[in-house]
Design a protein around this ligand. Structure first.
Ligand code: NDP
Length: 310
């Protein structure tokens, strides 16, 4: 019998209990799933960073901590966590992000706001939306989410450049990496999508200097993490017209404070960290698969590199 502790918000239990039980059974695992196993008996923790477990020291026999979240910046520095930490790579989460990124990219690309907000009885048909092939897109972060979004935008015809820490070769995406590739990745981009993790290296990556590399009137889309952007620099770039519009899903402080300049800015769209989320049915299968691997002595999938922070 494998003891799996579910440590997340109480309301998550209702969403996850049945999918997890089903996935464990389908994987042939004999699991005792509970929200309150004694720590010293726990084999695996299904973990949300906002759940009750914050001190991992009593979990002396725990083989791995399985995060329900893709972003692990709030747990990666936890000194009590000595067990392997797997982050969430979930097909449902990925599909949700692809849909959100594609929708917001097309909104800006097609200039949808002009007609949605400007319906005043005047027939103005002198200009047409450009083709995607004329609008270079850059995706910062070529992980599970960045690559999937890149493939969809490629299918729509956008020239897609991607930027990562280590060198990559990804079909349909012009890949650049590291400090040396940063300027080339951003230069003349018309849409920039941030899908990087929050780490000390990625903080303020989009700042006055890097925003200045973009094509004038570029669009910034951030479903990654708030600290990736120097907020003051973005507001200045929006006011000067260097950036035409920013669609932001994540912020340094969440919920975004009521008096934050982003709420009232005419060229900022705020969405409340809803770009995507882990989907219980698909995520439960990922967790079950990883526990099977653990039980068979195989390396866990999606392990976080604690030094790199993601
Ligand atoms: P991955 O870990 O799969 O990918 C991260 C990518 O960022 C990798 O390509 C990595 O490079 C790159 N990267 C990391 N550090 C650097 C650096 N210093 N310089 C250049 N590139 C770097 O993450 P995911 O794609 O799964 O998720 C990305 C982020 O999306 C999450 O960390 C989370 O913050 C956010 N997210 C937001 C959601 C929302 O609803 N708004 C939902 C889910 C996730 P390399 O490939 O070389 O390792």
């Amino acid at each position: 019998m494998i003891n799996v502790l579910f440590s997340a918000q109480p309301q998550n239990w209702a969403d996850y209990e049945t999918p997890l039980r089903t996935a464990f059974a389908d994987a042939g695992l004999d699991v005792n799933l509970s929200q309150d196993h004694p720590p010293e008996t726990v084999d695996y923790i299904v973990f949300a960073p906002n759940g009750p477990v914050t001190d991992f020291r009593p979990f002396t026999t725990t083989k791995a901590v399985m995060s329900l979240w893709a972003g692990v910046e709030t747990v990666v520095d936890n000194a009590t966590l000595t067990q392997p930490l797997a982050r969430m790579v979930d097909d449902g989460l990925t599909r949700g992000m692809v849909e959100w990124v594609t929708g917001h990219s097309l909104r800006h690309h097609l200039g949808m706001d002009t007609h949605i907000h400007g319906q005043d009885g005047a027939w103005r048909n002198s200009s047409y939306p450009p083709l995607a092939s004329d609008r270079p897109v850059t995706i910062m972060g070529l992980g599970a989410l960045g690559q999937a979004c890149g493939q969809m935008l490629h299918l729509l015809g956008f020239p897609v450049t991607g930027w990562s820490r280590s060198p990559k070769s990804v079909q349909n995406i012009h890949c650049l990496h590291g400090d040396d590739g940063l300027a080339a990745a951003l230069r003349d981009a018309q849409i920039v999508i941030l899908l990087l993790p929050q780490t000390p290296e990625t903080e303020n990556l989009l700042n006055a200097e890097t925003l200045g590399l973009l094509a004038r009137g570029a669009f910034v889309i951030n479903p990654g993490r708030g600290p990736l952007i120097d907020d003051a620099a973005l507001l200045a770039a929006l006011d000067s017209g260097q950036v035409q519009h920013a669609t932001l899903d994540v912020f340094r402080t969440e919920p975004l404070p009521k008096d934050h300049a982003y709420w009232a800015h005419p060229h900022v769209t705020v969405t409340p960290h809803i770009a995507s989320t882990t989907r219980p049915e698909t995520a439960a299968r990922v967790i079950a698969k990883n526990i099977v691997r653990g039980e068979q002595g195989q390396p866990f999938l999606h392990l976080v590199d604690r030094k790199l922070g993601y």
